[in-house]
Write a protein that binds this ligand. Structure first.
Ligand code: 5GP
Ligand code: MN
Length: 340
């Protein structure tokens, strides 16, 4: 059983003003970085010192948020990260539901023998923390951080910098306010964040209008040469091999969102993106309607996520992975079609 934290318990945990470490998931997205840095600013405004540790490096389009310079990247700064963990009294794990999503950082965090609090919006969290503040119907962890501030009566600690970070997390995890997780409550939260004086068009520009020439070329190649449709399964996919990624000087984040183009095809209810990296295949899955890709990722690709967005991996060749994927979606065809 996971222990859902009450507001009182969280207040108790925070009232001695503990030293805090905030960890996010490997390959962080806008919500991981935005909620992590947002929470760091809020804690600072409440008189607490917090260090954000990211398991690995992330793309430039996420590096502009206020406070980014203080983020410790575990893969290149192990000693600094370990010291922050040793010095911490409390660890917040943001935007993931399983320690494995921290990669190599997982061991340092789980063996630290420090209380862990998870703030998240993924389904079925693992039992690795003392307390959980999660809701799998929330749009983003940034929304959960805002809700936590409301519950603690901490709205005054959400300053301009925190608002920028949280708004970024919300924008990126809702596909710019278009996914089904967007609610009237979220729009009110976004409005409150806007009233902190943020420049929302700049946020959009930093994240989405900052393509490199090579990234755009890679996308063009993927769409014109690598997009395949399986009409009988209402499925489309794109697969990129390591040498193809190298040809376009692949940088982290360059293939972000590519899977959504496959999903955007009329009559397609399930889309996948396969990328070959370090001898394995990383998989992104997206669906329309109520077809549950979290289930699919858990059952076949050692992964998870949400109903309409999930990911996983397979330690196999690209060919075998795609062959297996085709078999799976053929079996699921009726369900996929019914969900469109
Ligand atoms: P993406 O396809 O953008 O990498 O990830 C989509 C969603 O699936 C995210 O919410 C992410 O948390 C989840 N996800 C991606 N990869 C993995 C994975 O390897 N394991 C698990 N459990 N979830 C993943
Ligand atoms: Mn998220």
């Amino acid at each position: 059983m996971i222990n859902t934290l009450t507001t009182d318990t969280i207040i108790k945990l925070l009232s001695p003003k503990p030293r805090i470490v905030i960890t996010i998931h490997r390959g962080p997205d806008g919500d991981a970085v935005g909620s992590g840095l947002g929470w760091m600013h809020i804690l600072a405004n409440a008189g607490m010192q917090a260090t954000v540790i990211a398991p690995d490096a992330y793309p430039d389009f996420l590096k502009w948020m206020p406070g980014n310079d203080g983020v410790v990247v575990y893969e290149s700064q192990k000693e600094v990260a370990q010291k922050a963990i040793d010095d911490a009294d409390l660890i917040f794990c943001l935007d993931f539901n399983s320690p494995s999503r921290m990669g190599d950082l997982a061991e340092a965090v789980t063996t630290a023998n420090k209380p862990i609090v998870v703030v998240d919006h993924h389904q079925q969290p693992d039992e690795f923390a003392q307390g959980y503040y999660t809701d799998d119907t929330a749009s983003s962890t940034a929304e959960m951080i805002y809700r936590l501030c409301e519950a603690l009566n901490w709205e005054q600690y959400i300053d301009h910098d925190a608002a920028i970070c949280l708004y970024t997390g919300i924008v990126t995890d809702t596909g710019s306010f278009r996914f089904s997780s967007v609610s009237p409550r979220l729009m009110r939260i976004a409005a409150d964040l806007m009233e902190k004086g943020i420049d929302h068009t700049r946020i959009y520009r930093e994240v989405y209008d900052s393509n490199t020439f090579e990234r755009l070329k890679l996308r063009g190649f993927a769409l014109s040469e690598k997009l395949e449709v399986l009409p009988n399964s209402a499925t489309a996919f794109i697969a990129l091999k390591e040498k193809e990624l190298k040809k376009f000087n692949f940088q982290k984040g360059d293939t972000e969102g590519l899977v959504n183009y496959a999903l955007s095809i009329d009559g397609v209810g399930l889309a996948a993106f396969f990328a070959e990296k370090d001898g394995m295949i990383k998989i992104s899955l997206r669906s329309k309607g109520n077809y549950d890709v979290n289930k699919l990722a858990r059952a076949h690709f050692e992964g998870g996520g949400h109903v309409n967005a999930a990911g996983g991996r397979k330690l196999d060749s690209m060919k075998n992975t795609i062959d297996r994927f085709k078999e799976i979606v053929a079996q699921e065809a009726d369900k996929i079609k019914a969900s469109i």
